[in-house]
Design a protein around this ligand. Structure first.
Ligand SMILES: Cc1cc2nc3c(=O)[nH]c(=O)nc-3n(C[C@H](O)[C@H](O)[C@H](O)COP(=O)(O)OP(=O)(O)OC[C@H]3O[C@@H](n4cnc5c(N)ncnc54)[C@H](O)[C@@H]3O)c2cc1C
Length: 307
């Protein structure tokens, strides 16, 4: 069966949602005021995007939790679904039940992997599953409940999902599951999720990459052998190469921290970023003018309060 992924719904305007969340963190303005200013078109879409993209370059990820996407996913195998539901933070699943849905006439849709087909095992698989289907139906007819008859159903059997996932978790899932090390079926689902988001929000879809991508970690952390075998491995560096660079640095030029450094750390006062930005206006989060405008040159830095 064909895998079919469709984006059913989403945060009304993810870019606006991200903008308001980030602005709220860095501004004296109330989120209501920020919203009204967007509504009155005092803040343009280009300004919102520019601001959001700069924040996305940092580790400030919590606003991504406030953007959600709702997907319908059909025609996937139970082999896939076992892996899918291992992701449990920032995602909510509803999956077709094998207790409440009994297969009619013992016929269950299933997936035949390409390797099985290519090596000529598909007909044998079909014969085996027909036999299982017959026994399943025999059990149901004899009064065995579907929840027990399903013990016959193989990993290949298809299932359907409706899921809601926030953007932070979607990026994480795709970090892992767009990696060529992930199972082919999961890679196809993740690719289709990415394609669906790309249709409506290409500016956000570009962040949906495998973990080695230029917009994610930027390097591969799999084994060297797997990196060498990866068809896109040569495009992205392996972390071992980064460490080799670091080691070379360490061999001569990189001095170890001394006790005195810890005294500096303890006593330095304002954080380096804050102090530096107070001096020359760089390093700290952008400043919000009292009227909510984008930072004007020379305005003093705002202080980010995590609390
Ligand atoms: C290539 C590949 C092979 C795999 N092989 C196996 C296997 O052989 N056997 C197997 O059992 N599993 C396997 N897994 C599944 C894997 O171990 C994870 O369970 C799965 O990828 C879910 O990811 P996650 O833990 O990041 O969960 P998510 O729910 O996606 O978590 C998101 C993030 O939240 C944080 N988080 C999640 N749970 C906790 C927690 N309890 N405490 C604190 N922080 C948390 C972590 O930072 C995590 O990255 C494999 C996964 C991949 C990608």
């Amino acid at each position: 069966m064909q895998i079919d992924v469709r984006l059913l719904d989403h945060t009304t305007d993810p870019v606006r949602s991200l903008y308001i969340a980030y602005r709220t963190a860095y501004s004296a303005l109330r989120p209501q005021t920020i919203y009204d200013r967007i509504d009155a078109e005092k803040i343009t879409r280009a300004q919102m995007l520019d601001f959001v993209e700069k924040r996305l370059e940092t580790g400030h990820a919590s606003p991504l939790e406030q953007v959600w996407f709702e997907f319908a996913i059909a025609g996937v195998s139970r082999a896939f679904s076992h892996q899918f539901v291992r992701h449990h933070i920032g995602i909510s699943f509803e999956q077709q039940s094998q207790r409440y849905v009994a297969f009619k006439k013992g016929e269950f849709p299933y997936t035949v992997p390409e390797t099985v087909r290519r090596l000529g095992f598909a007909p044998k698989m079909e014969v085996a599953f027909d036999r299982l289907g017959d026994l399943y139906q025999e059990m149901i007819d004899a009064g065995v409940p579907a929840e027990d008859a399903r013990f016959l159903i193989p990993n290949a059997a298809n299932t359907n999902f409706k899921v809601v996932v926030n953007f932070l978790e979607l990026l994480h899932i795709c970090d892992l599951r767009l990696c060529t090390r992930a199972q082919w079926e999961f890679r196809q689902v993740a690719s289709q999720m990415r394609a669906e988001i790309h249709k409506r929000f290409p500016e956000l879809a570009k962040y949906i990459q495998p973990k080695c991508g230029d917009k994610r970690w930027g390097y591969c952390d799999e084994s060297i052998d797997d990196w060498q075998a990866c068809p896109i491995g040569k495009k992205r560096p392996h972390k071992k190469l980064l460490f080799e660079l670091f080691d070379a640095h360490r061999r001569g030029e990189l001095a170890p921290l001394a006790e005195g450094d810890f005294e500096v750390i303890e006593q330095v006062g304002s954080s380096v970023a804050t102090a530096r930005s107070a001096k020359d206006g760089v390093g700290a989060p952008p400043v919000i003018a009292p009227n909510g405008d984008h930072p004007a040159e020379g305005t003093p830095p705002s202080v980010r309060d995590e609390g």
